[in-house]
Design a protein around this ligand. Structure first.
Ligand code: GLY
Length: 302
């Protein structure tokens, strides 16, 4: 093993609501799970997956058992994971009925030659690997499409996507995210979370990023890759994230938060929303968990 000191960060969404005490405890517990794996020499991707699984299983975030319903009553979830040594990535979109979409994403990365599986065939894939199913599958309703369209606006600023980034003892970084999407979404809507370069990115020559917030904006500026490009250019995590989030607000009035870590274990938690439920731990003292970190606030003029 080389001498990199491991570090893990996790988030439970960015938006207009402050963190609950239950969410605070869960994020702390998730960080402990991830850090202890890293401490024992596990790869960053394993720590990221296992940290996210704690949050998916809790039902207290918008992911896994707590995933939001789409306007037809369906629960379609998205997740992705990426590691920075070989730029391997896996993702699922609009997957249904399973507890841990992040594990389905990891299996896409490790068991296939593909990066992204979507819809019913992503669910078939998860079932093939016998991933745990939700006990109460969502029941879809038939709703006239025009009525669905009318209900999609405005976009809500309450989200709870979960995610994590980590650096392991070997200096490899990884990023992951898992979500039930946003409020009032059309059936089949997919956000940034399963899109590599938008919701997550990881490259040992730059760092790892996990995004949360309203996916439509995050996609339009390819936020995670944009932050990594700045890291690769020599900017520190906080400046890299600030620059991209400022652009998100100034150009398209987006709403998001980001976790950033480098292979040298420098990190930042930056958001434009009033709150971002998040935390980090390097094994010293107690995990640091809260809902206000570095906030980017700038005028929204174009
Ligand atoms: N960031 C999660 C989503 O927009 O779906």
């Amino acid at each position: 093993m080389n001498g990199t000191a491991p570090l893990i960060l996790a988030h439970g969404g960015a938006g207009s609501r402050s963190i609950t005490s239950e969410q605070q405890e869960l994020l702390g517990a998730a960080l402990r799970v991830g850090y202890h794996l890293l401490d024992r020499g596990a790869p960053a991707a394993t720590a990221v997956e296992q940290t996210i699984r704690v949050l998916e299983r809790s039902g207290r975030f918008n992911a896994g058992l707590g995933a939001r319903l789409q306007l037809d009553g369906g629960r379609r979830m998205d997740a992705s994971i990426m590691e920075g040594k070989n730029l391997q990535a896996g993702a699922v979109a609009s997957i249904e009925d399973i507890v841990h979409p992040i594990t389905a994403a990891r299996l896409v990365m490790e068991e296939t030659n593909h990066v992204l599986l979507v819809g019913p065939m992503a669910t078939v894939f998860a079932n093939h690997f016998k991933l745990e199913r939700q006990r109460s599958p969502a029941l879809r309703r038939r709703v006239p499409y025009g009525a669905l369209l009318k209900r999609t606006k405005p976009i809500s600023s309450r989200h709870g996507t979960v995610g994590a980034v980590a650096v392991d003892r070997f200096g490899t970084v990884a990023a992951g995210a898992s979500t039930g999407g946003i409020a009032r979404m059309l059936p089949g809507r997919v956000g940034d979370t399963p899109l590599i370069g938008c919701g997550v990115y990881a490259d040992n020559r730059a760092g790892a990023v996990s995004m949360t917030g309203i996916g439509e904006g995050i996609i339009r500026i390819a936020a995670a890759k944009a932050i990594c490009d700045r890291l690769a250019g020599g900017a520190v995590p906080i400046d890299s994230a600030r620059q991209v989030l400022k652009m998100l607000v100034a150009r398209i009035q987006g709403s998001a938060g980001s976790l950033v870590v480098t292979p040298a274990a420098r990190f930042a938690i930056v958001h434009v929303t009033p709150y971002m439920a998040a935390g980090w731990w390097n094994g010293k003292g107690e995990p640091v968990v809260g809902d206000r970190f570095e906030r980017v606030s700038i005028p929204t003029s174009r």
